[in-house]
Design a protein around this ligand. Structure first.
Ligand SMILES: [Zn+2]
Length: 80
């Protein structure tokens, strides 16, 4: 396939990285965000560790989920 890359294609947030994102890092800076606010960074497999550490040491990191999970939302809580 040589279709042009769409703007909608989520790309890793790491500086200089153009790889498709696979992970979503949800974070919150309590100094500037309300507690329920979530900022997100996208990460490829290679940069997930680096970016989550960056946020983790600052105490900002809340959640790391796959892009797929993020887009489909939280798993249903119903116990059918
Ligand atoms: Zn990357």
């Amino acid at each position: 396939m040589d279709a042009p890359v769409s703007d909608e294609n989520p790309i890793c947030s790491a500086k200089g990285c153009r790889v498709d994102a696979v992970w979503v890092l949800a974070w919150n800076n309590p100094k500037i965000h309300t507690p329920d606010r979530r900022k997100t960074w996208l990460a490829c497999d290679e940069h997930r560790e680096h970016l989550s550490q960056f946020l983790g040491v600052r105490g900002f990191l809340k959640d790391v989920v796959t892009l797929e999970e993020w887009e489909t939302g939280p798993p249903p809580t119903a116990t059918s």
